[in-house]
Design a protein around this ligand. Structure first.
Ligand code: HSE
Length: 321
């Protein structure tokens, strides 16, 4: 072990909202909670081993080559020529699968980031992006950085090109908050991608580009009204809303409560609203949650400013009450 290396590292990788309405596959932001934890430590036995997984109801494989956190860590170790390093990994899932909150991205980011820290941080956070992407792609079979990017780097991330992983961190207006509500159903990202139209009318493309540009301008200029006018998705939302019970009711409730805009978080079923200020975010979150509860559908609400830090080292994995 070199002096820069750690004995053991625990990391937390936050949930993310991908697409942000008008930025299908090219825009995403991180929130403070929930998120996944990964613990890594050195071992005398060569190779990466996953020694424990909690919070997954037994669904996740412990074979590192089949596990998102394992794949991203292995890919990093392979790149560094260190696959024979003895490393033990524990994964503590603290967010639901198929939730639209970037669950697999969080594990993938946590795996690569934790191992990088353990071995003395040879790569920067941004350099870890392709390795975390491999982990995420192993889970949903697609290659989009709109969850992995913000989970790793924090803030609001724009991806000019997913193949090249050409990403930019956007400015975050000080008082921008998110209300995210997860109704207790599961939507497979693969299914939510398959129901999208393969071709889109020129009119829709023009509208979507206008709104995406408008949202970026609104963020850069801290122009909340412009942000609000831009949060519209004419490509994915009209098709995916069918998968989410009372989606339009929830949208009307959020807008009536003063949200700047409302749409589906990633592939759903979670929905999100962007709001000006914490108080309004609580009001909007309650209004959305009330719609799902009335169905009745259990749901969890997360009120958060934009998380600017992304994945980070923490002292320990908190015990679930
Ligand atoms: N941009 C992706 C999608 C996010 O909407 O399919 C999935 O997590």
């Amino acid at each position: 072990m070199s002096p820069a290396e750690q004995q053991q590292v625990t990391v937390f990788a936050p949930a993310t909202v991908a697409n942000v309405a008008c930025g299908y596959d090219v825009l995403g932001f991180a929130i403070n909670e929930p998120g996944d934890f990964v613990v890594v430590r050195h071992s005398d036995k060569p190779g990466l081993r996953i020694t424990a997984i909690t919070g997954d109801d037994g669904k996740l494989p412990t074979d590192p080559s089949k596990n998102t956190a394992g794949v991203s860590a292995l890919d990093l170790l392979h790149h560094l020529g260190m696959t024979d390093r003895g490393i033990e990994m524990e994964i503590h899932k603290r967010m639901p699968f198929g939730s639209g909150l970037g669950s697999s991205a969080a594990s993938a980011v946590a795996g690569a980031y934790a191992v990088n820290k353990l071995i003395g941080e040879p790569l920067s956070k941004k350099q870890l992006l392709p390795f975390a992407m491999q982990g995420e792609a192993s889970a949903d079979g697609a290659w989009h950085a709109d969850n992995v990017g913000p989970c790793l780097l924090g803030g609001i991330i724009f991806i000019r090109d997913n193949e090249e992983l050409d990403v930019a961190e956007l400015p975050v207006p000080d008082n921008l908050w998110a209300a995210v509500v997860h109704p207790d159903i599961e939507i497979l990202t693969r299914v939510a991608r398959e129901i999208l139209a393969k071709d889109i009318p020129l009119r829709n493309a023009t509208q979507q580009i206008g709104n995406l540009g408008g949202l970026l301008c609104g963020l850069i200029q801290s122009d909340y009204a412009m942000i609000g006018r831009s949060i519209h998705d004419v490509i994915a939302e009209p098709r995916r809303q069918k998968l989410i019970p009372d989606f339009y009711k929830a949208k009307r409730a959020a807008m009536a409560a003063g949200a700047l805009g409302f749409s589906i978080s990633g592939a759903g079923p979670s929905v999100f609203a962007l709001c000006e200020g914490e108080e309004n975010a609580h009001q909007v979150g309650e209004a959305i949650a009330k719609v799902f509860s009335a169905i009745p559908l259990n749901n969890q609400m997360h009120i958060s400013p934009i998380n600017r830090q992304g994945v980070r080292v923490v002292d320990k994995v908190p015990v679930i009450a």
